[in-house]
Design a protein around this ligand. Sequence first.
Ligand code: HEM
Ligand SMILES: *[C@@H]1O[C@H](CO)[C@@H](O)[C@H](O)[C@H]1NC(C)=O
Length: 211
Amino acid sequence: MLALASSMASLSFSRAIVALAILVMLSLGSSDAQLSTDFYSKSCPNLFSAVKPVVQSAINKEARMGASILRLFFHDCFVNGCDGSLLLDDTSSFTGEKNAAPNQNSARGFEVIDSIKSAVEKACPGVVSCADVLAIAARDSTVLLGGPKWDVKLGRRDARTASQAAANNSIPRPTSNLNQLISRFNALGLSTRDLVALSGLLHLPSLSSFV
Ligand code: HEM
Ligand SMILES: *[C@@H]1O[C@H](CO)[C@@H](O)[C@H](O)[C@H]1NC(C)=O
């Protein structure tokens, strides 16, 4: 379903909804009081200028990629917080999230996140978390597709493990009914209003009664 992606490109109303979505997402990702917008200002002053051109070139190749990256951030954040766990490949000690039901054959853009991380490592080796890279990439994607800009709070720590079961159970499904969607979002401190805004209204049949 490309509803959100295509509405990002065409409808300013939907853009506004996506804007709201991102702002809520941002607050979800930064509920920890230790996060701050200047977290890397001394340790990686060129962080933002390392990230943006890589996002730009990916979007130049395919505009949809910006939407795909935003979705990666959402799917990362819903499983044990915004900790980069979605980015981990399966290992001998765990089966990760990439091939969980909500992600298999649909989560995309991992190679773009890898390229961004490489650029960041070149600028500031061993400093910036993958979770923060994803959070910045989701913001830059939104801006580059014509959405709003916001300051990303930073300082997330990366997960060292991941759980396919947790991803299966935590990311809402397209077959979820409205009550299930509401409670899934409530569990993360997100209101019904946040749910509607974050989901862009158009993307799920069970939300259409709010339109
Ligand atoms: C409320 C529960 C949600 C459900 C059940 C849901 C479900 C889905 C499904 C089934 C797809 C299509 C995947 C495919 O065909 O490969 C999709 C696409 C997408 N979703 Fe959601 N979604 C939800 C909320 C959100 C939220 C909160 C965001 C971001 C703020 C988001 C962003 C996207 C984007 C950008 C796409 C298109 C991705 C691409 O083209 O690569 N979704 N969603
Ligand atoms: C996650 O869901 C998929 C698809 O339904 C299933 O094949 C897989 O076994 C589930 N993983 C776990 C750990 O429950």
